[in-house]
Design a protein around this ligand. Structure first.
Ligand SMILES: [Zn+2]
Length: 517
């Protein structure tokens, strides 16, 4: 009888597998989307905070539209295309012979393109295509990466930040944008990728390449690795795409994305001079413009081998600033990567207090961080202003001067990513299990804002002294204190300051406002 029941069960499960339709689920609530992972009869293939592509039998209450009655068709490749109505008309026209639009709403469409004709499929816009396939997506395991919110100021990181050099960033952008194109199907991108590889090599890093021929793309990813000293199986990753695209005769791709590659190389140049607990990987991907292929390959490979990525920081377009804007980053991330986004914000407040971090939502496209998030890792995308990004991308005008017009922004976005990666590279910068608590100088300051006296109280018995820095990092006050202390700040002018509490092993920083007399 038992055998009989299990035979029936096997039979039933075969039927369900065969009846897998492919569909899209939409919700304004990201937890609705994340809860799909708990449902037994469906497989999630791609997701973000607003929608998910699933196969299986969906019977719940969310908005569900069928894309294909019989699931994935082997003769076709599937893409999410970010496009508005006007762009969609162009896309419709361009794919009429080679595929079709399965679904469309205000911001995205789902396309299927015949595998036989895939070489004729040219993206209308850059950074707006995401390829998906039968592979199952994963959701980030919140328990695995718990970030330490009480971060301590680290002198090594601070001194590495002084090494970030705009000349070095500019020369990389200048060289990479001198190629006629870096289209992932071109011969030129291969030369560019070899050059990037030799740069990483000159920093003493070990290089591997990942061929994208499985996706029909003749170029490859360049991966540079710096093995961690104590936790080599935990990975901190920074990357950006090296390919470019344009509908003009040339695709210099200075901002999109020679700038991001320049940031990654600069971070590698500086971080490679030190050692870290965790393994740091510097990536430059190809095939981003045609559907995030390079990062999908990388993230799939790490997921299939169950590797532990602590966090991924994506650099894609870091050099354009509209004249009206303040110096800041638009931080893009799905809610599943919120902890890493908060970590980045804390890092900026400690090391780059003048560099604002504003949450941004990218509705017109995506980038390589999406691949990491889709395979269960946390990926964030610190971007130039999301509402005023370079208007010159995917054209022959994506050049230095016009489209990369703020090396100061590029420097700040590079520095913020460097400090985040370096800090995550130190194993005590986050805890992977709750019993592995991090000791720190937890301390309180009050009143804040302060006028004459600033009170400092703390529990750590080994505190030696307090230092107060102004916003540009000049030491204004240094004072030895015991159990708790009162510091006279009446000499300081009105403004933002950083109070650093130093003990034998740790130091911590708090921001404070002084309202001068
Ligand atoms: Zn890009």
């Amino acid at each position: 009888m038992k055998t009989f029941i299990s035979i029936i069960l096997v039979y039933l499960s075969i039927i369900t597998v065969n009846a897998q339709s492919l569909g899209i689920i939409e919700s304004k609530n990201s937890s609705d989307i994340y809860n799909l992972f708990k449902q037994k009869n469906i497989t999630v293939h791609f997701y973000n905070d607003d929608f998910a592509i699933i196969s299986g039998e969906y019977k719940d209450h969310l908005q569900y539209s069928i894309l294909e009655e019989n699931g994935f068709d082997n003769e076709f490749k599937y893409f999410i295309q970010y496009a508005n109505e006007k762009e969609l008309l162009k896309i419709k026209e361009s794919i009429s012979e080679i595929g079709e639009i399965l679904y469309t709403n205000k911001t995205i469409s789902i396309l299927k393109i015949s595998k036989k004709s895939i070489s004729q499929f040219k993206p209308i816009k850059n950074d707006a295509l995401v390829y998906f396939d039968e592979n199952a997506a994963f959701i980030a395991d919140e328990k695995k990466s718990k970030f330490n919110s009480e971060l301590s100021y680290n002198d090594d990181i601070s001194s590495m930040l002084t090494e970030v050099n705009t000349d070095s960033i500019e020369s990389t952008i200048s060289y990479l944008s001198s190629f006629t194109t870096r289209d992932c199907y071109s011969a030129e991108v291969i030369t560019a990728l070899h050059w990037i590889s030799s740069k990483f090599e000159s920093y003493g890093l070990s290089i591997t390449t990942q061929s994208l021929s499985g996706y029909g793309i003749p170029s490859f990813n360049v991966i540079a690795t710096q093995v961690g000293e104590t936790n080599p199986d935990e990975y901190v990753i920074v990357g950006g795409h090296a390919d470019s695209r344009s509908s003009d005769a040339t695709a210099p791709g200075a901002d999109d994305n020679a700038s991001g590659v320049a940031g990654v190389l600069e971070i590698a140049r500086i971080l490679s001079e030190n050692t870290y607990d965790r393994t740091i990987i510097y990536c430059t991907f190809s095939g981003e413009e045609y559907g995030l292929f390079g990062s999908k390959y990388f993230a799939t490979d790490f997921r299939n081998n169950d590797k532990n990525i602590i966090g991924y920081v994506n650099l894609d377009m870091i050099g354009y600033k509209a004249s009206s804007q303040s110096l800041h980053t638009s931080l893009i991330y799905p809610s599943s990567a919120k902890d890493l986004a908060d970590y980045y914000r804390t890092i900026c407040s400690i090391y780059l207090p003048n560099f604002g971090v504003i949450d941004g939502t990218l509705i017109a496209g995506s980038s390589d961080h999406a691949s990491f998030n889709n395979y269960g890792y946390m990926g964030i995308f610190p971007f130039e202003d999301v509402n005023n990004y370079s208007p010159y991308i995917h054209s022959s005008n994506d050049i230095i001067g016009l489209s990369v017009n703020s090396l100061e922004l590029a420097e700040n976005l590079t520095s913020a990513a460097l400090a985040t990666v370096a800090s995550l590279g130190i194993s005590s910068s986050n805890v992977t299990s709750s019993d592995n608590g991090v000791k720190s100088n937890d301390f309180r300051i009050y009143p804040n804002p302060a006028t004459t006296d600033l009170n400092i109280s703390f529990d750590n018995q080994h505190v030696t002294h307090v230092e107060i820095y102004n916003i540009i990092g000049e030491l204004m006050i240094k004072k030895t204190i015991e159990a708790s202390g009162i510091i006279n700040v009446s000499e300081l002018t009105t403004g933002t300051y950083f109070v650093k509490l130093v003990s034998k092993d740790y130091s911590s920083v708090r921001k404070c406002i002084i309202k001068g007399n």
